[in-house]
Design a binder for this molecule. Structure first.
Ligand code: SF4
Length: 261
């Protein structure tokens, strides 16, 4: 029987949706919990419906719902048989999960207590006081790194990256037992120059906890959602980088980082 007395049992969060996935969000079969709310505005964002903190109703579509920690876990527990055979578990994603840090900490803590593998996908844009306890209850941390250049980060993501770089450095060098994976989306003509990639590589070289760096090719998966939301899609003219260009980028970062995929 499930104990109904743990920390955060009745805590309410704003969830975009829950998805079942087995490719991009951690080892094995995953149940992905997408949180609402993100302080960034990346121009290539593929989940623009996750950015606003509040629940939205646009043209008959509703984005977001309130769920308690226990209500989310009730859904997650249904997938436990799949985790067992695949080595999977629960992944908390966004939006930016540090927008609802107390909720996420309680959700991950309880999942770990129930022996469910935990992963997070984060930009680390938040206070270290909020981020650190969340990292401590995560088995795998996927952290975004889009630019080392602050001006470009402001221009294309809407906020400074100072806090992100500070937190990444702490997360990448602290005494921890999680697997740290840096993810860099490659946006053609924007962050894929030799200078920017070299700078990302040099920054990551100092992260002693780093497992590997993953390059993600730009794609247009969010474009249909922008249309449904009635918002312009800022990156509509960009093309997905070729396999040859991905290899070239991989080789540049590979001068500094042992494993790049
Ligand atoms: S951090 Fe993620 S959710 Fe937030 S705007 Fe950027 S791509 Fe979208």
């Amino acid at each position: 029987m499930i104990n109904n007395n743990y920390e955060g049992y009745n805590l309410k969060g704003t969830i975009l949706r829950l998805e079942r996935s087995s490719i991009y969000d951690g080892d094995g079969y995953r149940t992905v919990v997408f949180m609402k709310g993100c302080p960034l505005r990346c121009q290539w964002c593929s989940t623009p419906e996750s950015q606003n903190y509040r629940i939205e109703e646009v043209k008959g579509n509703r984005y977001g719902k309130i769920m308690t920690v226990e209500e989310v876990l009730q859904e997650v527990r249904k997938d436990i048989p799949f985790y067992f055979h695949s080595g999977g578990g629960m992944t908390v994603s966004g939006g930016e999960l540090l927008s609802q840090p107390e909720y996420v900490r309680c959700l991950l803590t309880r999942a770990r207590w129930e022996a469910i593998d935990t992963a997070i996908e984060t930009t680390l844009y938040g206070s270290w006081e909020a981020a650190e306890p969340i990292l401590q209850v995560s088995n795998t941390v996927f952290a975004d790194l889009k630019f080392t250049d602050d001006e470009k980060h402001r221009e294309y993501c809407g906020v400074s990256n100072k806090l992100i770089l500070e937190n990444l450095k702490k997360a990448g060098t602290m005494n921890a037992d999680y697997k740290l994976i840096i993810r860099t989306p490659l946006i053609p003509g924007i962050n894929d120059s030799e200078a920017e990639l070299g700078s990302i590589g040099r920054f990551c070289a100092q992260l002693t906890n780093l497992d590997y760096l993953q390059l993600l090719p730009y794609h247009r998966l969010g474009s249909d959602t922008y249309r449904k939301l009635g918002r312009p899609y800022p990156m509509k003219d960009l093309r997905t980088p070729s396999a040859e260009h991905m290899d070239w980028c991989q080789n540049i970062i590979g001068k500094y980082v042992k494993t790049v995929i």
